[in-house]
Design a protein around this ligand. Structure first.
Ligand SMILES: Nc1nc2c(ncn2[C@@H]2O[C@H](COP(=O)(O)OP(=O)(O)OP(=O)(O)O)[C@@H](O)[C@H]2O)c(=O)[nH]1
Ligand SMILES: [Mg+2]
Length: 376
């Protein structure tokens, strides 16, 4: 995921490396790379424009911190901006204190609504929240069977009225049943749309008016790229969303959709789908996604780790010693110990941008063994 984006951003960092501070001229190239990276990741143009403008303003206004390189400072600014767009923290699924919590799934055909319905039920069951699934897709042949089969697989009951009933009626009765049985959460699976279809949108809006859901989740295929912005806007304007589930993040997708959804609707992505299996659902964590987008391994962790372990005055003294050619064996020993304190060599290497791909596990293990042999 996000490979193209990370590669591009790495180019941007390279351009800033070796500069002693952020300036209008040296940031230009870096910003250009960020823009190109986001374009390649299929992020919506307007979203990119706003993003770049914000990053530029923040970067130009940034104080120069001694000891922090401008490329690192720039990374932090881009990272913070990604968080700004995607949201600071994970937003969990709503829980209505007067049961049941009602969740309405919406989205285009094949986005993964039915699968996500089952995945969500399984995740909730693990939190001891009982579920009822409601099958309102009376249009696609076998859609009801599909949900029934999934329900059976995860041991969660499914409510349906066959294909002759009206979706709105099925939803209404399904919620009634859930209420009567004291079920914690009822998840309503709906029919897909090939594209924005007035009739089906109207039907979705009617279901919403009838059952008054706590959550309206847009299920959105991460592969959709640029289109995510329009889709989110239309669904949000016509139905009103409370959040989204981004599916198929396990595939070869560029993930630009992740940036658009929150930016356009103001609503958070709550979960991500990472496979076809019913277990393949994860909470959406904006910070993890941002690190991943940056493709920096986890630079922030590395910087923190280094700050913890490295005594700055020690480091300065060492630097002087090296410059004056006074660096001796005990200094070398000290450095090796410090490195060891930071954890396994492989672990540290993986945190370094671009290193992940280059690590030869066998060689690293051998190197580590050598370090240990020296009993530092
Ligand atoms: N790789 C992968 N495949 C997924 C994911 N979510 C769903 N799928 C697959 O996508 C296809 C469509 O999923 P459905 O859940 O049937 O999609 P839907 O939105 O209900 O489709 P309609 O009912 O036709 O509108 C299925 O083959 C799923 O197995 C995911 O996170 N990763
Ligand atoms: Mg379906």
């Amino acid at each position: 995921m996000f490979d193209a984006l990370s590669d591009r951003l790495e180019e941007a960092w390279k351009k800033l490396r070796g500069q002693d501070k952020i300036s209008e001229s040296n940031i230009k190239d870096a910003l250009k790379e960020v823009r190109r990276a986001l374009l390649e990741a299929d992020v919506n143009l307007q979203v990119i424009k706003d993003f770049i403008a914000e990053v530029e303003t923040k970067a130009m206004g940034a104080e120069v911190i001694s000891g922090v390189r401008p490329d690192q400072q720039f990374i932090e600014i881009v990272y913070e901006q990604l968080l700004d767009v995607m949201g600071e923290a994970n937003v969990p699924l709503a829980s209505n204190p007067t049961k049941p919590t009602i969740v309405l799934m919406a989205g285009l055909q094949g986005a993964g609504k039915t699968t996500a319905t089952a995945k969500l039920a399984l995740a909730l069951r693990k939190e001891d929240r009982s579920c009822l699934l409601v099958a309102t897709d009376v249009y696609r042949p076998a859609a009801i069977d599909q949900l029934n089969a999934l329900g059976k697989q995860i041991g969660v009951p499914v409510f349906d009225l066959g294909t002759d009933a009206k979706p709105v009626e099925i939803a209404r009765q399904g919620v009634e049943r859930a209420r009567a049985e004291g079920v914690d959460t009822v998840i309503i699976d709906t029919a897909g749309r090939l594209q924005i279809d007035e009739t089906l949108m109207g039907e979705l809006a009617e279901i919403k008016r009838t059952v008054n859901p706590d959550e309206v989740l847009l299920v959105i295929d991460a592969m959709i790229g640029q289109e995510a912005a329009n889709l989110t806007r239309t669904f949000h304007e016509q139905i009103g969303l409370t959040g989204a589930i981004l599916t198929k993040l396990d595939g070869d997708t560029r993930g630009g959709a992740a940036l658009s959804v929150r930016k356009i609707s103001g609503q958070p992505i709550k979960f991500v789908g990472v496979g076809e299996k019913v277990e393949a659902l994860q909470p959406f964590y904006p910070d993890r996604m941002a690190s991943r987008i940056l493709g920096m391994g986890d630079v922030l962790t590395l910087v923190e780790k280094a700050r913890e372990e490295i005594d700055l005055s020690d480091a300065e003294e060492l630097q002087e010693k090296i410059l004056e050619a006074r660096f001796d064996f005990s200094d070398f020993l000290k450095q090796m110990r410090m490195l060891k304190n930071m954890g396994s060599l492989t672990g540290i290497m993986k945190l370094i941008p671009g290193m992940g791909k280059m690590i030869d596990d066998e060689k690293m293990k051998e190197g580590e063994k050598q370090l240990k042999k020296r009993r530092l």
